[in-house]
Design a binder for this molecule. Structure first.
Ligand SMILES: Cc1cc2nc3c(=O)[nH]c(=O)nc-3n(C[C@H](O)[C@H](O)[C@H](O)COP(=O)(O)OP(=O)(O)OC[C@H]3O[C@@H](n4cnc5c(N)ncnc54)[C@H](O)[C@@H]3O)c2cc1C
Length: 458
């Protein structure tokens, strides 16, 4: 006899973990199924020797003050994760700057004033008003203030780090919310013990409230009968439930796990047409000694943004790269042995059309650029570990996207995929549907939106 659950969650990314945690806290018999042998999806970590490495390159925008902490507070387990806070910094041509004030001496006065006006408008703008700009792209919106290249390069750098799509595509409303919330909270941080500390805290909470977690359990099929969800298949095992919450890729959920035949054809076309966020190679470098006191640094390689992206798309590595550098061992002693450092670098951008040769060249270029930021890097490297978008795609699908479905002007606000699917009892959470905010926080928000607005069981 197949076991019956009140709710089944497919996938233990942060969206799935948050949904399973809140469902089990409600006293519902909840089963969380994860295909891999670890929790967290893009928010997971792994060990290599004595180093503890995050899959991504992470800073949590508002740390415990944001939605990740909100979910834990809702279920009555506040503060299981400690964060080490940091003020994000940027560098240009070897000099380190703080946004926005250091731009004062770098751009004409009128353009600096325009930037400050933009920031002040965001500060005073009610969220209802921001929603009106969900379907306007950031470049168009920001160009009303200034088109000065250096200011635009900084906005692009922040936009890429927040939502991992360029301003020409990004939703202005979404960008403004992310910036406003982070500026108000002043709490960007890295979790003590690495990102797995967050995923494990959620997993522990699920078990504490009686939820069941099965790792290495790949859902092959979501069962549907007469327009309603009935359960899932893992191998030849059926788990029954009238409520299935998918944290898997929306395209995979609709087109494969369920099958397009069960959905209205316009919904299928809509899902097929959704576009993922950007991706980018991640390079992790283990150092045999402490070389840097950098915690987080966004390198702005160039102010010629169009030229930069054109080059990458045409197989030319730009001389200076746009990078996000995080040194997790400077936040948390757990991630590297004493006296050694772990440096993680990402160069976000489109990845889909790159050849293997170009990817190799890009990784070399990332190391060269990072060496300029951290002199002695190559000499003191014990090992280099890289993850390209193909690696990420093989592991977690979604073309190796950093976020999930891109927060672009045509995929935000009312145009964001809906959490409630057209199939009765089937819901989608995480970076795939609903929510708002930066990466991890978008997904935690999506799970809270599911619970508050859609969840059919009290
Ligand atoms: C390089 C990189 C850097 C990043 N930097 C930041 C940052 O600085 N700050 C930030 O907030 N965010 C950052 N992010 C983004 C953030 O990690 C993601 O937005 C977030 O973790 C995605 O969560 P999710 O809920 O969408 O689930 P995902 O992480 O996509 O996980 C989905 C889970 O579902 C499982 N699954 C899929 N199909 C099945 C199936 N059939 N059966 C069972 N299980 C299945 C997968 O194995 C996976 O565990 C970064 C991401 C990357 C890759």
């Amino acid at each position: 006899m197949a076991e019956k659950y009140d709710a089944i969650v497919v996938g233990a990314g942060i969206g799935g973990l948050a949904a399973a945690l809140m469902l089990s806290h409600r006293g519902r018999k909840t089963l969380l199924l994860e295909q891999h042998g670890f929790l967290g999806g893009r928010l997971s970590s792994f060990d290599r020797g004595d180093f503890h490495i995050d899959l991504g390159v992470h800073l949590i925008s508002r740390s415990d003050k944001g939605p990740v902490g909100d979910v834990l507070r809702r279920v009555g387990i506040p503060d299981p994760v400690k964060y080490i806070h940091v003020r994000p910094r940027s560098s240009y041509q070897g000099k380190v700057h703080t946004f926005p004030h250091d731009l004062k001496d770098m751009v004409p006065e009128k353009d600096f004033t325009a930037l400050m006006n933009f920031l002040s408008d965001i500060r005073s703008m009610p969220e209802e008003k921001m929603k009106e700009y969900d379907d306007v792209d950031l470049r168009t919106f920001f160009s009303q203030y200034t088109q000065e290249p250096m200011v635009c390069a900084w906005i692009e750098s922040i936009c890429t780090i927040y939502i991992c799509v360029p301003p020409a595509l990004a939703s202005a409303g979404e960008f403004m919310r992310c910036l406003k919330w982070e500026a108000e909270a002043r709490a960007s941080g890295y979790p003590e013990g690495g990102c797995s500390a967050i995923s494990n805290a959620f997993g522990d909470g699920i078990k504490r409230f009686g939820g069941e977690i099965k790792l290495g359990a790949k859902v092959q099929k979501i069962e549907v009968e007469r327009g309603s969800v009935k359960g899932v298949m893992v191998g030849d095992e059926l788990y029954q439930s009238d409520l299935v919450v998918s944290n898997a890729d929306i395209k995979n959920t609709v087109l494969n796990l369920v099958s397009a035949d069960y959905f209205p054809s316009d919904y299928v076309d809509y899902v097929k047409g959704l576009r993922y966020s950007w991706s980018g190679p991640v390079v992790r470098v283990a150092l045999d000694k402490n070389l840097t006191d950098i915690h987080m640094l966004a390198q702005i390689g160039t102010t010629d943004l169009e030229g930069y992206h054109n080059k990458l798309e045409n197989g030319i590595i730009p001389d200076e790269l746009n990078l996000m550098v995080v040194v997790p061992s400077n936040f948390s002693a757990v991630v590297a042995p004493e006296g050694k450092q772990l440096v993680c670098v990402a160069a976000f951008g489109t990845g889909a059309r790159m050849t293997n040769e170009l990817k190799k060249e890009l990784i070399e270029a990332i190391l060269n650029s990072t060496e300029k930021i951290i002199p002695g890097l190559r000499e003191h490297t014990t090992w280099v570990n890289t993850m390209t978008w193909d690696d990420l795609d093989n592991m977690l699908n979604e073309e190796g996207a950093v976020i999930g479905i891109g927060q672009t002007a045509d995929q935000c606000g009312d145009k964001r995929p809906k959490i409630k699917s057209p199939i009765e009892g089937l819901y989608i959470v995480g970076g795939e549907a609903g929510g708002t905010g930066v990466g991890t926080e978008l997904c935690a928000n999506s799970a809270m939106e599911f619970m508050d607005v859609h969840c059919p069981i009290a």
